[in-house]
Ligand binder design. Structure first.
Ligand code: KG4
Ligand code: ZN
Length: 350
């Protein structure tokens, strides 16, 4: 079984061919960073146009490198949400066209589910498992019960963690995307120099909040000589990243207890995925809370944490294995598409 995956939900245009054993036959990721950099963030219209310009070529290169014909595919899987609708339309329409022409099943993939399932391609991880999904648009702790079956334990009540990295980096003049820039700067900074808040730490539940941290960085930056010296930026980055690490660890410890109660077991797998999971400091911090916990940490390599089409193709394979045949060719892209449609409002009392 070989599946073509297509990813266009944000600012990466990507195509991949993956087989049912999780072997990546070929993949391409085109990052639009240079096109959005002058604006300090993703511009939806530019992203959509860029997907149109690059996607066909990336698919053709992937098919050629793998030596695969469209007729040999089992199905075509495209991210159909959540994300920027203009970009999603490009990927979904392209996938539907290929499916229609070659009489293949089309699968509409949830981008968050693709992040959450990808680690199963790399290691044997049985359902249920705990997922810390940390990306540019999301920050959630969910239980993966199975394909298309998620129970959300907590989510952010304001900003996503990657968004906080990006906005904080911009405040410090570190450029876009902010996550890698902050990680690099923080490696040479003093994490104790600036006292920053750790929102929600010590409170019950598994929700997150980052807007207070972002505001505190803005105030602290405003008190420094402008533009920041290299060392000031490094110290601020290290102080910020450490605060994020403290928050993620505190919330994840609560979620591990909630997971154990839910499953009636003393542990399991903790999968960390999404673009922010590419941060080595944060994954090392998360590893420290697992000692004697009964949980095992699964973090994909950085290139599979950030957006890619391998995870979309793999989600397609998982869906086919779980008995899903195809989605209708009039399935629309969805800007919002929660993993757990019945989850309580963020911050609400359970
Ligand atoms: O999963 P992703 O590629 O796209 C979304 O689905 O949102 O995540 C992108 C986010 C960006 O906010 C980026 O700054 C962040 O992931 N990111 C990082 C790192 N690499 C990417 N954040 C912290 N440290 C990193 N090394
Ligand atoms: Zn993503």
């Amino acid at each position: 079984m070989v599946v073509l995956g297509i990813e266009t939900s944000c600012d990466e245009t990507a195509a991949a061919l993956v087989d049912e054993h999780g072997i990546v036959l070929a993949e391409r990721v085109f990052s639009q960073i240079a096109e959005h950099e002058p604006f300090g963030g993703v511009v939806p219209e530019i992203a959509a146009r860029s997907h149109v310009s690059h996607l066909d070529r990336l698919i053709a290169e992937t098919m050629t490198e793998a030596g695969t014909d469209f007729g040999e595919l089992d199905c075509v899987a495209a991210t159909a949400g959540p994300g920027l609708v203009g970009g999603l339309l490009v990927g979904v329409m392209t996938a539907k066209a290929i499916a229609a022409v070659h009489a293949l099943p089309f699968l509409a993939i949830n981008h968050l589910e693709a992040h959450a399932l990808l680690p199963r391609m790399l290691e044997p991880i049985a359902f249920p498992y705990l997922v810390l999904l940390i990306s540019g648009g999301h920050c959630q702790l969910v239980i993966a019960n199975g394909v298309d079956d998620y129970a959300r334990l907590g989510t952010t009540i304001d900003d996503a963690v990657g968004e906080t990295f990006d906005k904080t980096a911009r405040l410090m003049g570190l450029g876009y995307p902010g996550g890698p820039a902050i990680e690099r700067a923080a490696a040479q900074g003093n994490p104790d120099r600036f006292a920053l808040p750790r929102p929600l730490i010590g409170r019950g539940g598994a929700d997150f909040s980052f807007s207070g941290l972002k505001t505190a960085v803005r105030h602290a930056v405003a008190e420094l000589p402008q533009p920041l010296t290299e060392q000031d930026a490094r110290d601020m980055a290290a102080s910020f990243q450490t605060a994020v690490g403290d928050v993620l660890c505190d919330r994840t410890i609560n979620a591990m207890a909630m997971f154990s109660n839910y499953t009636g077991t003393g542990g399991g797998n903790l999968v960390v995925s999404g673009g922010v999971a590419a941060n080595r400091y944060l994954s090392e911090r998360l590893a420290t809370i697992l000692a004697d916990s009964g949980f095992r940490l699964n973090v994909p390599p950085p290139a599979l944490c950030t957006d890619n089409a391998v995870m979309v193709a793999w989600a397609g394979i998982e869906r086919r294995h779980s008995g899903r045949r195809a989605d209708a060719l009039d399935t629309p892209p969805r800007a919002r598409w929660p993993l757990d449609p019945v989850a309580a409002r963020p911050g609400a009392k359970a």
